[in-house]
Design a protein around this ligand. Structure first.
Ligand code: ZN
Length: 211
């Protein structure tokens, strides 16, 4: 999830110099069955943001074959948690649900004041020139790192109502969308940080791992 403390600041963190492979598409993962198999155990009312090193944060999430009442309830709970934490984005794996779904809050968008929901999102890099910025992550409290990312992306997804989303961004949300799609592929900002940031955050990361 993205943190809102620095304007539109991303869930905090930094990727350093990622490999081109990590920058590429937010791929759609395996479809079908296991979504429903896993969902039997999901109670949306009790979902909470899970801190690193929760195992689900490292897994590749599964595509959502159909928007059911359960999917809606999970999305509603995620929006609630994102607002409570004053974040600007939250991905389903961060609440322990291994689905390809994330939510965002666009403070300047009055029509989407309550937040937006993205089902089966995919990002495509449309301008590979990269920029660095500070990112944080609601799953990594107390950690902020600089992440280098492509500056412009196209995001395709579906809404809860089944409408197509097809959005090109070259603003802060280009970064937000990449950060959230990373979560769906089990990638965190600490996987992308520079050696220097790894050293600087070594103690904070170790504390999370021991908690
Ligand atoms: Zn995050």
């Amino acid at each position: 999830m993205l943190h809102g403390s620095e304007g539109l600041g991303i869930e905090r963190g930094r990727y350093g110099t990622p490999s081109p492979g990590l920058w590429s598409m937010c791929e759609r993962a395996g479809r079908g069955r296991s979504l429903y198999h896993d969902s039997v155990h999901i109670d949306p009312r009790v979902l909470e943001i899970l801190p690193y090193p929760a195992e689900v944060l490292k897994r590749k999430a599964e595509a959502i074959p159909e928007v059911t009442d359960l999917v809606r309830a999970v999305a509603d709970r995620m929006l609630e948690l994102m607002h409570e934490a004053e974040g600007i984005g939250l991905a389903a794996p961060q609440v322990g649900v291994p689905w390809r779904l994330f939510v965002t809050r666009h403070p300047d968008d009055r029509e989407a004041e309550g937040g937006r929901v993205f089902i089966n999102p995919a990002v495509e890099i449309i301008d590979p020139s990269a920029a660095e910025d500070t990112e944080g992550c609601l799953s990594l409290p107390g950690i902020e790192v600089t992440v280098r990312r492509p500056v412009a992306v196209r995001l395709t997804a579906r809404t809860l109502d089944g409408a197509d989303i097809d959005e090109a961004r070259d603003d802060h949300f280009a970064r937000v969308y990449q950060h959230e799609c990373d979560h769906l592929d089990g990638v965190l900002i600490i996987d992308r940080m520079t050696t220097m940031d790894r050293l600087r955050n070594r103690r904070a990361i170790r504390e999370l791992e021991r908690a």
